[in-house]
Design a protein around this ligand. Structure first.
Ligand code: IPM
Ligand code: MG
Length: 291
């Protein structure tokens, strides 16, 4: 299949790991490079331009290195590029496989404390943890489908003993879906206990489904257990072609950041970017054929 792939190398070690990953895509695809990142932001103040958004929206998928730079205040590149792409392309599932551990994370990818709602009023700072039935349900449904396809156990990870409002919604929808997927064994762990058990007994988990922030934290922990951050890759997906807002089915990226301390020295491990490129090809090949 000949696909249109947008490539956003980004900052730090991003360009070198992406260069190593491009041969995986093979010949025959048309590639378009997106120059977003710290250098352009520092030179022009631009994060994602309209032309960038158009090129990405008209691509089948986006392969990305990493963005972030010590010269740019925290959050500008992350929110202005990565989180914006996840939200605008509505990439509601963040899939993070850890093959060494036989573990797959299904992380909700558009809401939770990443919603962007909140603000600062002097000494009071509020970060709103948004959870809507629509986003929670579609993420959970995807997790149930994946668990069913793999004959795997599904563990919901949350913090229902403290985050009682969000927690109740996640549990309620999990229970509803459990009735629809009677073949999938379902468990629950609080996020702190799951962190402990990931270290002491990772074999107890197959598929973990969780919210955006817990998924962020626990997937780095899993990367530390299973081969290091240099190896972990992720797929940010809008799996359903019917509801997908643009042509782009997903953003594929290493879990690691830009590692500016080793950038340009030939020290970066490109394994994660290479795995991300394989995940991109896999996702493209699973798309229903269009005529
Ligand atoms: C990740 C990263 C991002 C996140 C950052 C770069 C916004 O840590 O993909 O895990 O927090 O989701
Ligand atoms: Mg992270």
């Amino acid at each position: 299949m000949k696909a249109r792939v947008a490539v956003l190398p980004g900052d730090g070690i991003g360009p070198e790991v992406i260069e190593a990953a491009l041969p995986v895509l093979g010949a025959g695809h048309s590639l378009v490079t997106i120059e977003a990142g710290a250098e352009r932001y520092l030179a022009t103040g631009e994060l994602l331009t309209e032309a960038d958004m158009e090129a990405i929206s008209e691509s089948d998928a986006l392969l990305m290195g990493a963005v972030g730079d010590p010269r740019v205040p925290d959050g500008i590149l992350e929110r202005g590029i990565v989180i914006r792409l996840r939200q605008e392309l509505d990439l509601y599932v963040n899939l993070r496989p850890f093959r060494e551990l036989g573990l797959l994370f299904v992380r909700e990818n558009t809401e939770g404390p990443y919603s962007g709602e909140g603000g600062r009023d002097g000494d009071r700072a509020i970060e709103v943890n948004v959870n809507t039935r629509r986003s929670v349900e579609r993420c959970l449904r995807y997790a149930f489908e994946v668990a069913q396809a793999r004959s795997a156990r599904l563990t919901l990870v949350h913090k229902t003993n403290v985050l009682v409002h969000a927690g109740a919604l996640w549990r309620e929808i999990t229970d509803e879906l459990a009735a629809e997927f009677p073949g999938v064994p379902v468990g629950y762990e609080h996020a702190d206990a799951a962190a402990y058990h990931l270290v002491t007994e990772p074999g107890r988990f197959d598929v973990i489904v969780t919210d955006n922030l817990f998924g962020d934290l626990l997937s780095d922990l899993a990367a530390g257990l299973g081969g290091g951050l240099g190896r972990a890759a992720s797929a940010n997906l809008h799996p359903d072609p019917i509801t997908r807002p643009t042509r782009c089915l997903g953003l594929f990226e290493p879990v690691h950041g830009t590692a500016p301390d080793i950038a340009g020295r030939g020290l970066a491990d490109p394994s994660a970017a290479i795995t991300a490129a394989h995940m991109l090809l896999d996702a493209l090949s699973q798309e229903p054929a269009t005529t």
